[in-house]
Design a protein around this ligand. Structure first.
Ligand code: ZN
Length: 655
């Protein structure tokens, strides 16, 4: 029964369901690859029934898609478009947009016309590992025929989009009707698998069955790479990694996140003597080229890679004879027998996507090279056409401007609570990757996602600080920003009653640990691709100490002096060192409710009035201090070093 409510259409819901199931298996679908569709009849508001193709929106993730991720299109119009001899991309996307039955629905998949050609109701398309292994060998068409017989039609590679839709339309028309009725799938050579069925389950079962048959064939002819791998790679100093990131960022023209991988599969792969030749061919499916580039860099000569990429681009531009702008020429996957694999991206998530794709690429290349006569990818011309296809580039673009700290890496001490945690949150929010350090276990899970690494560290232990820094550099490639927020306040006590251990304990955290950190982190900040930025959280007490807080006030004054000398010494390395002096930030670990009540009572004030005891009469929150810190880390203060900024609502004693 046709319905105007897509949420109630059982065939669409079944399509969404199998799309998610397919998308949940990374051996079938990776990061926005693949697509699906269903042909149904919808009723418009005047009661007309319309033959409709519901197709996955472009770039949507199959694993998490819902009904809203699909776009309804007028099927009749799509079939009319397929009668054209040629259709350029821009016109095709405009026509697809115009064929939408809901102008608010997402942009349709670039593969829409392929789905419109096939008569079956339910269609599923993936770049399954087993299928792309089979189709990146010599004579893949013959292999597909041998393996699947006349149940599957092998389609030679052409550019996805209109060309592929047209080619399949022509091939389909040439089939005798009996053969067409027996077909359950297309194998797109060097690209992927398309299965179809009258029900979603049928298309899904066929998908799994054909992948399973390819997997069995591969297991018979090419044993999977065994688990044996060379021992752990030698340790690589964080400065070496940070300097490599600087060079990568320099050729990219912007800071990149660079994540190191030394898992057994990677170690085995990078130890191969034929590493350079077997990785020179290209990706498993053309879609990957926008994430990994055509090939990885083998070794560490980033500049030579960029020069070769640029030269290749120039030659390709002359071939295609159209106006194309070069993407940044930095590699996204770097393989080195000593380093393992380094995966680069504008964000930690982008670096992880490159890594995921690479993890699936390695075993395919190994099996093809070792047992199946060699790995063959598409020619460079075809891969260039996809890499510089406006429709692929659109997948990487976002409507929102890039956040200001995208690609930068920050280290924040005291990141589990108070000002440190608020600063980590603000830095993440502005696009930075963050290494959080704290004595409290809570730091590990303080934030979720690929841009966060939390390390439990006692900052009084230089070896622990060094280890956390090394771990952060392995995860993100370097450090551009350091925020020193770890600190202790201690009990209020007059000098006459002050125990020597209490004095020393205060200095150990507030001063000595920071001096240690500065010594450890300086060579890494010095190779930051954007110029290092340090912000130290000192205190109003530096300029306006309070009675009973001798150790705290003196330690923060020593910290201020340490930071001022760092500003002097490090300016030549392009590192800015600034300080904030917060006061009375009551939503931090230093202040218990009891302490606030006691202090308020001492001044004869209510807690509320005590919290706002400053010239502006405002309560100072950790989030407000964090905003000031992050501003000092940003480019608006690019010309400022050695500054001390009060964030205290105004205080007559420090004005
Ligand atoms: Zn595809």
């Amino acid at each position: 029964m046709p319905t105007t409510d897509p949420g109630m259409d059982p065939e669409l819901l079944a399509c969404v369901d199998v799309t998610r199931r397919l998308g949940a298996d990374p051996s079938l679908v990776l990061h926005g690859g693949g697509n699906s569709s269903v042909k149904t009849t919808t009723l418009d508001i005047t009661g007309r029934s319309i033959e409709t193709l519901w197709i996955k929106g472009s770039g949507a993730d199959m694993a998490s898609i819902d009904v809203g991720g699909f776009t309804p299109l007028r099927l009749e119009r799509l079939r009319e478009l397929l009668s054209l001899d040629r259709l350029d991309d821009e016109t095709m996307m405009r026509e697809l947009a115009a064929a939408r039955l809901d102008p608010g629905a997402p942009a349709a998949s670039v593969e829409t016309l392929l789905h419109a050609v096939l008569p079956a109701r339910q269609i599923l398309h993936s770049h399954a590992d087993a299928i792309v292994t089979l189709t990146n060998l010599a004579e893949p068409g013959r292999l597909v025929d041998e393996l699947y017989g006349d149940e599957v039609l092998a389609i030679p590679y052409v550019m996805p989009g209109f060309q592929l839709g047209r080619l399949v339309a022509d091939r389909w028309r040439a089939l005798d009707p009996g053969h067409a009725a027996r077909l359950t799938a297309l194998v797109l050579l060097n690209h992927g698998l398309v299965t179809f069925g009258e029900t979603a389950d049928q298309a899904y079962e066929r998908h799994l069955a054909l992948v399973e048959r390819a997997t069995r064939w591969l297991d018979e002819h090419a044993p999977r790479p065994d688990g044996a791998a060379p021992d752990e790679l030698p340790g690589v100093g964080p400065v070496v990694l940070a300097d490599l990131r600087r060079r990568l960022s320099s050729v990219a023209g912007r800071p990149l996140i660079v994540r190191r991988h030394t898992d057994p599969a990677t170690r085995r792969f990078v130890a191969r003597p034929d590493l350079a030749t077997i990785t020179a061919h290209g990706p498993l499916t053309p879609d990957h080229v926008i994430r990994t580039k055509r090939r990885p860099l083998v070794g560490t000569d980033v500049e030579a890679f960029a020069a070769a990429y640029t030269a290749e681009f120039e030659a390709q531009r002359a071939r295609v004879d159209r106006d194309v702008t070069m993407l940044d020429p930095a590699p996204r996957v770097i393989l080195d027998p000593r380093l393992g694999a380094l995966c680069a991206g504008a964000t930690a998530r982008d670096a992880d996507i490159a890594e995921d794709i690479w993890q699936h690429t390695m075993p395919v290349i190994e099996r093809a090279e070792d047992h199946l006569g060699g790995y063959r990818s598409l020619p460079a011309d075809d891969l260039f056409d996809v890499e510089y296809w406006t429709l692929e580039q659109a997948k990487l673009r976002s409507d929102r401007p890039a956040p200001p700290l995208r690609g930068l890496v920050a280290l924040v001490t005291g990141a589990a609570s108070g000002i440190g945690r608020a600063t980590a949150a603000a830095l993440l929010d502005q696009g930075a990757a963050v290494i959080g350090v704290d004595l409290a276990d809570g730091v590990v899970d303080a934030f979720a996602g690929p841009a966060w690494v939390g390390c439990v560290v006692d900052v009084r232990d230089p070896a622990a600080q060094r280890a956390a820094l090394a771990r952060g550099v392995e995860a993100f490639g370097g450090v551009d920003i350091v925020v020193v927020a770890a600190g202790v306040f201690g009990a209020t006590r007059p000098i006459a009653d002050l125990a020597a251990e209490d004095w020393r304990a205060m200095f150990a955290v507030n001063v000595d640990a920071v001096a240690d950190l500065f010594g450890i982190v300086h060579p890494i900040l010095a190779v930051s691709p954007v110029g290092g930025r340090v912000v130290v959280v000192a205190s109003k007490n530096v300029h306006a100490p309070g009675p009973g807080a001798a150790a705290y006030s003196a330690s923060k004054a020593a910290l201020t002096q340490l930071a001022r000398v760092a500003a002097l010494e490090w300016a030549a390395d392009g590192i800015r060192v600034n300080q904030v002096h917060p006061d009375a930030v009551f939503d931090t670990g230093l202040w218990s409710d009891e302490l606030i009540r006691e202090r308020a009572g001492r001044y004869g004030l209510s807690v509320e009035a005590y919290k706002r005891r400053n010239l502006l009469g405002r309560e100072i929150t950790a989030a407000a201090v964090a905003r000031g810190i992050v501003a000092l880390c940003g480019d608006d203060f690019a010309m400022t070093t050695g500054a001390q900024v009060s964030i205290d609502g105004g205080n007559e004693r420090t004005l």
